[in-house]
Design a protein around this ligand. Structure first.
Ligand code: ADP
Length: 587
């Protein structure tokens, strides 16, 4: 679009600009030529004006009057001739002469020269004809005798009320013409017939700007203005452009165009012309237009560069925005993904915890049903045999049976109490928990497992068993878990001893469970509290026990750690806050 607009505007500038510029430069040229014209007219006018009153002055001179009264008197002729010669020299004019009423010249300033006017008849000259009729006249012509151009002023010579002759005063015009030569302008003077009478360029003299029609030639011939000079038409073609007069002149095979400025001078009855060669006008117009077009192209190019830069910057900005948006979108996507994965993880974890709990519950149910079935079967046996013993009258033995039944029922009641503990809400409040009580309940639960593993558990709670800040059911869950793991670890080994110690130091209670199993290598210790970390075979371990225990201890504001005993086996250490006296009192 830019290229098209530059091309179109360039073409428009070329088309309209050229004529506009030409018109502007033409006006400038015309103004300059106008002042040249005014100067030329003023110079001519000034030159001639000086001589205008002189013929009448001379006409009044007595020598002239006397001569015309007695034209044939040689003395008077000589006196007049000398007088005319004298004042001609004095006035720096071309010629001064006296003509009688027949047109014959009777005295002249050039009476001595070879081309003397004396004896010549000038009756055909309009200046003679008018002066002879009493009117001072002016005329310009090429001298028939002198073959010199001049400007003629004539005046009648009146003696005693009648016109006796005419005095003529011829002025040289060469001086003025000489100043027109070789200048920037072509200055020339043409007569009413369009024939060039004066010119800075001598070649153009006596050339006609207008067609030399018979009428014109006849008029010129009558006054013999151009004497015997050969008149020719100047090969010109006149036309106007933007209101200016132009003239094409053919010379030596080439045509030149000029701007024409003319002024008709009424007093002299001629037209002064100034011609300006329009080549420079056209060249200036062309140069200016080319400069404008070039500037346009340059401006177009600059604009193109600016636009291109802007486009590139816009593109870059757009890309940047796009990039940022993309980045934000990806961050959002990732965040959403993460949130989703987190949610899934939490869900899975929750599900698995639930599954773990259920599995634990299942295990516990199995264990409990085993625990209940055995005493129930025993109770049944004791009851049956008690009945038989009573039937047989063996009362003491029957009583013994009943005592055993009672003891078994006690045991089952204890188990059921434990179950009740589990039925409690998991989010029980924290409070002072006597470790000894918790361990009692724990032992009841783990006893069966310890028995199957054939493991022994020794307790050492110190002189004063600690009371810790915890939830009893959950603490019990932790202990069950750790002791069960210890039983798993020692099962089938030679040394199946498990020891539990508890000590209160510096406001904290430290419970350590140590076994003599394979222990926990550092690589496993790192991950042992992770959910689902288990080394046990499929269907045996879920890997949730320690993870849940860890979280429970953390909930108590405590710490659960594992270490490898220097003498072999694993040590699980539970660090809990001791319950203060106030809480103890409250409990
Ligand atoms: P699970 O018992 O279901 O495997 P836990 O979280 O209770 O899950 O235990 C995780 C793992 O820690 C066990 O699989 C076992 O490898 C290891 N572990 C736990 N207690 C002991 C211990 N006393 N001695 C050796 N390894 C143990």
């Amino acid at each position: 679009m830019l290229v098209v607009s530059v091309v179109v505007s360039s073409a428009a500038v070329m088309f309209y600009g050229t004529s506009l510029m030409r018109s502007s430069f033409m006006e400038e040229a015309s103004l300059q030529a106008g002042s040249t014209l005014r100067l030329a007219v003023a110079a001519l006018d000034g030159h001639l004006k000086r001589y205008e009153p002189l013929p009448r002055l001379i006409a009044d001179h007595e020598n002239i009057e006397e001569l015309l009264s007695q034209p044939q008197d040689p003395g008077l002729r000589l006196a007049a001739n000398r007088y005319l010669k004298m004042i001609n020299t004095l006035l720096d004019s071309s010629d001064i002469y006296v003509i009688d009423m027949t047109g014959d010249t009777i005295a002249a300033s050039n009476f001595e020269g070879p081309a003397s006017f004396v004896g010549q008849n000038f009756s055909y000259r309009p200046y003679f004809q008018e002066a002879a009729q009493g009117r001072p006249a002016r005329f310009y012509a090429l001298g028939t005798t002198s073959a010199k151009r001049g400007y003629y002023f004539s005046a009648p010579v009146e003696v005693g009320g009648s016109i006796l002759g005419v005095i003529v005063f011829k002025v040289d015009i060469d001086v003025i013409e000489a100043t027109w030569q070789g200048g920037e302008y072509k200055i020339f003077v043409s007569d009413p017939e369009g024939i060039i009478f004066m010119s800075g360029n001598p070649d153009w003299l006596y050339k006609s700007l207008l067609a030399l029609t018979e009428e014109r030639l006849a008029r010129t011939t009558a006054s013999r203005r151009y004497s015997d000079a050969r008149l020719e038409e100047l090969p010109v073609r006149r036309h106007t452009l933007d209101g200016y007069d132009l003239m094409d002149v053919q010379s030596e095979g080439t045509s030149r165009e000029y701007l024409v400025l003319s002024e008709y001078v009424e007093t002299a009855d001629w037209t002064v012309n100034v011609l300006t060669d329009t080549t420079s006008v056209h060249a200036q117009a062309r140069t200016t237009v080319i400069a404008i077009v070039l500037s346009l192209c340059l401006a177009g190019m600059a604009l193109a560069v600016v636009l291109q830069r802007k486009a590139r910057r816009d593109q870059w900005l757009a890309m940047e925005i796009e990039r940022k948006a993309e980045l934000e979108r990806r961050v959002e996507e990732r965040t959403a993904d993460l949130a989703r994965v987190n949610l899934q993880l939490r869900q899975t974890q929750a599900d698995l915890i639930q599954a773990g709990k259920l599995a634990g519950l299942g295990q516990m149910s199995a264990a409990l049903s085993h625990e209940f079935n055995q005493p129930l079967a025993a109770v049944k046996n004791y009851a049956d045999s008690a009945t038989l013993l009573i039937e047989r009258g063996r009362a003491p033995e029957a009583r013994d049976n009943l005592a055993r039944i009672s003891s078994l029922i006690d045991r089952m009641a204890s188990l059921s109490r434990h179950l009740r503990n589990f039925a409690r809400k998991p989010n029980e409040k924290l409070g002072p928990v006597a470790l000894a009580d918790v361990l009692n309940d724990t032992l009841e639960i783990v006893a069966a497992r310890l028995a199957t593993a054939d493991a022994s558990l020794t307790l050492d709670l110190g002189a004063v068993p600690p009371v810790v800040n915890a939830g009893s059911v959950r603490l019990q869950q932790v202990l069950v878990n750790i002791i069960t793991n210890a039983a798993d670890a020692v099962e089938g080994l030679d040394d199946r001893a498990i020891s539990l110690t508890a000590r209160a130091t510096g406001g904290r209670a430290v419970i350590e469970v140590r076994d003599h199993g394979p222990g926990v290598p550092p690589a496993i210790a790192e991950r042992i509290f992770d959910p689902f970390f288990t080394t046990k075979g499929p269907g045996k371990g879920l890997g949730l026990g320690l993870s849940i225990s860890y979280n429970i201890v953390k909930d108590f504001g405590g710490d659960l750690t594992v270490s490898h005993h220097p003498e072999g086996g694993a040590v699980f250490r539970i660090d809990l806050a001791l319950a203060d006296a106030l809480s103890e009192a409250a409990e």
